[in-house]
Design a protein around this ligand. Structure first.
Ligand code: HEM
Ligand SMILES: *[C@@H]1O[C@H](CO)[C@@H](O)[C@H](O)[C@H]1NC(C)=O
Length: 325
């Protein structure tokens, strides 16, 4: 009796401290736009010029950096996993189908990381660098801006199969696209807005060969033009490039959606967004008004950036974005 009444307040306060700790952990698990405002006040001014000079060298790089953020977030959340080179203990994402001979921009991320490490050593994650580089790229190519949420930490490992399973292939139909995005908490509207990123960048012949030779929901003169640099035989010209937006491939605008209205989507998955289904009306809205596209795109990028981040004491702050510490 005496024992229990002596210990009761101790047990109660331990319980309270425990609950408080859980509460703090949950609060900590939120990303925030001012995460590095004290620990790395010059973060954004360290990143932007590196992105700018990479895009000055090659405009396509802006597209490649936007895509890197998508490929990071869709595989185990936005945790910098896409950046990891293979090691003796795991085969990473770089040679998975969606990335092999395709994902690029890793050198630019390395250069940004060097600039950031110089400004604030050991503080900023590679996952956050990818998120900022994607925003800066969209802005530099003429797209909208937004405040990037930060505080992600970096994964220590990943796997090839996670990337093969995580990123939808261009052969996907609309239902498959909707359900993959939905599994990650992204709506059908997010799907259409985010895929509007295909207003910039390039695709390889192997990604659109079947569409330009064998599909019927395609503008015939567009198909003919694309066939001229993409031979029908698989294995020949596989890496020949064509712009995802035939009109303005280095400007972030709403021409991608206008192309879809004219059956000029390059990928099978692109034209799925305007093929008599539930997303036709969203495509029409975006093609009629760039500002609605821009605001939905921003909302989608912020939501995508929230996909299961590592926070608090999870993961690590990598020193070199290509490998765990
Ligand atoms: C809806 C599902 C999607 C599919 C099936 C898909 C598929 C593809 C494919 C096949 C390519 C060309 C790759 C190659 O041939 O090397 C590509 C390029 C690209 N994707 Fe997507 N994508 C999707 C959604 C997205 C999203 C959500 C974003 C960004 C938020 C995005 C951004 C890009 C960009 C910017 C490029 C051009 C990259 C470059 O030029 O380096 N894509 N995508
Ligand atoms: C087009 O379809 C035919 C018949 O199914 C097939 O043999 C051929 O390989 C396809 N061509 C391409 C480029 O996909």
């Amino acid at each position: 009796m005496a024992f229990s009444s002596f210990f009761k307040p101790i047990v109660t306060s331990c319980l309270l401290i425990f609950l408080l700790a859980i509460g703090l952990t949950i609060a900590n698990a939120q990303l925030s736009t001012n995460f590095y405002s004290k620990s790395c006040p010059n973060l954004f001014s360290a990143v932007k010029p590196v992105v700018q000079s990479a895009i000055n060298n090659e405009k396509r790089m802006g597209a490649s950096l936007v895509r890197l953020f998508f490929h990071d977030c869709f595989v185990n959340g936005c945790d910098g996993s896409v950046l990891l080179d293979d090691t003796s203990s795991f085969t990473g994402e770089k040679t998975a189908n969606p990335n092999r001979n395709s994902a690029r921009g890793f050198d630019v991320i390395d250069n940004i990381k060097s600039a950031v490490e110089k400004a604030c050593p050991g503080v900023v994650s590679c996952a956050d660098i990818v998120a900022i580089a994607a925003r800066d790229s969209a802005v530099i190519l003429g797209g909208p801006s937004w405040d990037v949420k930060l505080g992600r930490r970096d994964a220590r490992t990943t796997s090839l199969s996670a990337a093969n399973n995580g990123i939808p292939p261009p052969t996907s139909n609309l239902n498959q696209l909707i359900s993959r995005f939905s599994a990650l908490g992204l709506s059908t509207r997010d799907l259409v807005a985010l895929t509007g990123s295909h207003t910039i960048g390039q695709a390889r012949c192997t990604s659109f060969r079947t569409r330009i030779y064998n599909e019927t929901n395609i503008d015939s003169s567009f198909a003919r033009t694309r066939r001229s640099n993409c031979p029908s035989t698989s294995g020949t010209g596989d890496n020949n490039l064509a712009p995802l937006d035939l009109q303005t491939p280095t400007s972030f605008d709403n021409n991608y959606f206008k192309n879809l209205l004219n059956q000029r989507g390059l990928l099978h998955s692109d034209q799925q967004l305007f093929n008599g289904g539930s997303t036709d009306s969203i495509v029409r809205t975006y093609s009629n008004g760039q500002s609605t596209f821009f605001s939905d795109f921003v909302a989608g990028m912020i939501k995508m950036g929230d996909i299961s981040p590592l926070t608090g004491s999870q993961g690590e702050i990598r020193k070199n974005c290509r490998r765990a510490n």
